[in-house]
Write a protein that binds this ligand. Structure first.
Ligand code: ZN
Ligand code: ZN
Length: 253
């Protein structure tokens, strides 16, 4: 089992890097020094702000801009947070990833283990996103964003209306995710950047509303737009709670 304290995101190790929570020097490319440090952080908030010069901050912002495909210009970034997840939540995700990898051997094809990808998710928020870093609202049932930040994504919260049935939706197109980032307070919006184990993704270009699991032999559905089709942007849909974890929150507007 890879050692992954607090957040399943790893950069290639570089000299001089420090834990984003406690500032201890770290050498393994993770953002957080230890499970204990992550668990301590979780007692107050799962969000840790990243400094603008941090490689992870630059990575998230450049993905938002490069993947903004709508004709509107990409919005001004106000903050980027790492989303800390608990040891148990990290472990179930990494176990799932290992299971998929053992079946699909994605690394042999030079993909990440389990064909893990970073994908955008936009959700409704009741939080005042200008101040979310100091306090998430904690309304687990009423604020979908806080629910994701606290407890990750849950297929049980599926509200209907998805192109590929009862699953957890994400996309490589930040501006498409932004269409779902509705707010009830303030003017800033936010997207979650999630780590998704796609494994073998079944490519579908036609809607299939009845799905409750991936087609046999696959781990996910990849919605691929086609000329004259009914949707315009890519979708990555997983049907297992342990196939996805929030990794970053980006606040903009
Ligand atoms: Zn630390
Ligand atoms: Zn909230």
């Amino acid at each position: 089992m890879p050692y992954s304290p607090g957040i399943v995101y790893q950069l290639s190790p570089a000299p001089g890097e420090r834990c984003i929570i406690c500032n201890t020097a770290i050498t393994n490319g993770f953002l957080v020094c230890s499970i204990e440090c992550a668990e301590r952080q979780l007692q107050s908030t799962p969000l840790v702000p990243l400094r603008q010069y941090h490689r992870a901050y630059k990575d998230v912002v450049s993905r938002l801009r490069a993947q903004w495909k709508h004709s509107t210009s990409a919005p001004t970034v106000r903050a980027v947070y790492a989303v800390i997840t608990s040891e148990s939540s990290n472990t179930t995700y990494l176990d799932y990833r290992a299971q998929v990898e053992s079946k699909r051997h994605c690394t042999r094809l030079n993909f990440r283990p389990g064909n893990e990808r970073l994908r955008w998710h936009g959700s409704f928020s009741k939080c005042d996103l200008a101040n979310i870093g100091t306090k998430i609202c904690g309304i687990l049932d009423g604020c979908p964003l806080c629910s994701i930040l606290r407890e990750s994504f849950k297929v049980e919260k599926y509200q209907g209306g998805g192109l590929f049935g009862r699953g957890i939706y994400s996309t490589a197109t930040s501006s498409k995710a932004d269409n779902h980032a509705h707010i009830s307070r303030g003017s800033y919006r936010a997207l979650t950047l999630a780590s998704v184990v796609a494994g073998y993704g079944k490519q579908l270009s036609d809607e299939n509303h009845g799905l409750t699991e991936p087609p046999a032999g696959y781990d996910a559905v990849l919605g691929i737009p086609r000329a004259g089709g009914t949707f315009l942007y890519d979708e990555t849909v997983v049907y297992d709670n342990d196939a996805i974890r929030p990794v970053f929150l980006i606040v903009y507007g």
